[in-house]
Unconditional design. Structure first.
Length: 367
């Protein structure tokens, strides 16, 4: 069997399994970079020649274009809304601030480093039509949960209300569990999970009182599947997925409140730079190349398209990563084989002091 992969308009992912005597056309239609569309299709049909495949594909690509034309753009839906972004001093949070500013959203920017937030604010003002009073810098430490009520009240008093909360703050991990202290796992749960839950606990009553709002949480694909070197991080993201999926079921009386989780794959953000290692205060020895990852601007744009269109869960990744996540959903036995293969390469590379992510593209180091 030969596997061929061709990219068509709007990221239709098409697979051909060629048998000796007869062609069978298996097609998975997955909108990988249009996170706002969560529909997917699996079709198996016999075909006598490849020309019929291409005619079918061309027709359906036109249908996809028609579907996309009905989507709300972030510029239309998010203009004028008050959006609170945590982790706004770098990476995805910083890019969210820039793109939201261009959409015309009024911003509350939070992170621990106030000087970096001021830099982000100035960039927003210089590259959008926002005025100084449209951007509030609100330093916030997710670990200081006793301060979250006060910070929420400050934000509400400044703008009068909060339309969207984007829970983006958090840290990653790069270490083997057998070599990692339990304190690292505890710190990841405290920051990524409990810190996010605590802030949500303060903002959500305000939204239920108004009868509308959006809580968007940046989770990760490792909140859906496992990943080597990320045991504590994956646990915190799985916890977020379970919490917000359950919370959504409790808010059926509030149909205008959106609970959305975003699951990015590898992205060119700075999250790896600040990742936890074996010990709490030990820095990561090597960060590695970011070139193979999705640009942060692309990831954020797709997030905002999803938020503007009320998408409850978004998987945002480039190929072949997205295909792998779909395999976990629909063919977990096959996915385990791939996971073991990639995991072995990542662990070997990590042990030899090279970029673990290069395992996706290079042979494992053996000496």
């Amino acid at each position: 069997i030969k596997y061929g992969l061709t990219r068509f308009a709007n990221d239709c992912i098409l697979f051909y399994l060629h048998f000796t005597q007869r062609h069978y056309f298996f097609r998975i239609l997955a909108v990988s970079t249009f996170a706002a569309v969560t529909k997917y299709l699996f079709i198996c049909r016999p075909a006598d020649n490849l020309a019929s495949h291409y005619r079918t594909i061309a027709d359906e690509c036109h249908n996809i274009n028609d579907a996309f034309s009905d989507l709300c753009s972030p510029e239309t839906k998010l203009k004028g809304l008050v959006v609170w972004v945590t982790g706004a001093s770098s990476g995805i949070g910083e890019e969210l601030a820039y793109q939201l500013a261009k959409c015309g959203s009024r911003l509350i920017l939070s992170a621990r480093r106030e000087e970096e937030l001021q830099r982000v604010k100035q960039h927003c003002l210089d590259n959008s039509n926002l005025k100084d009073e449209d951007v509030l810098v609100l330093p916030l430490d997710l670990l200081e949960r006793t301060s979250h009520e006060e910070k929420t009240n400050t934000a509400i008093q400044y703008f009068g209300h909060i339309d969207v909360l984007i829970n983006n703050g958090g840290r990653s991990q790069r270490s083997l569990f057998l070599e990692t202290s339990v304190e690292v796992c505890e710190a990841l749960m405290e920051l990524n999970f409990l810190g996010t839950v605590s802030l949500t606990k303060q903002v959500l009553p305000h939204m239920t009182q108004r009868g509308r709002g959006s809580i968007v949480t940046v989770s990760s694909v490792v909140g859906l599947v496992g990943a080597p070197l990320s045991t504590g991080y994956a646990a915190s993201k799985h916890a977020l997925q379970g919490f917000f999926n359950s919370l959504r079921t409790e808010l059926t009386d509030f149909p205008k409140i959106l609970i959305s989780t975003v699951c990015p794959g590898p992205v060119q953000s700075q999250i790896v730079n600040n990742a936890f290692t074996e010990e709490l205060n030990r820095p990561l020895a090597t960060v590695g190349s970011q070139e193979h990852k999705m640009p942060t601007s692309r990831c954020v744009h797709l997030m905002l398209v999803g938020v503007a269109n009320g998408v409850k869960e978004m998987w945002i990744a480039q190929q072949p990563f997205l295909l792998f996540y779909y395999a976990w959903q629909y063919a977990p036995t096959f996915a385990w084989v791939i996971t073991d293969w990639i995991g072995r390469k990542r662990v070997q590379n990590f042990k030899f002091g090279v970029d673990a992510d290069s395992a996706y593209f290079t042979k494992p180091k053996t000496s």
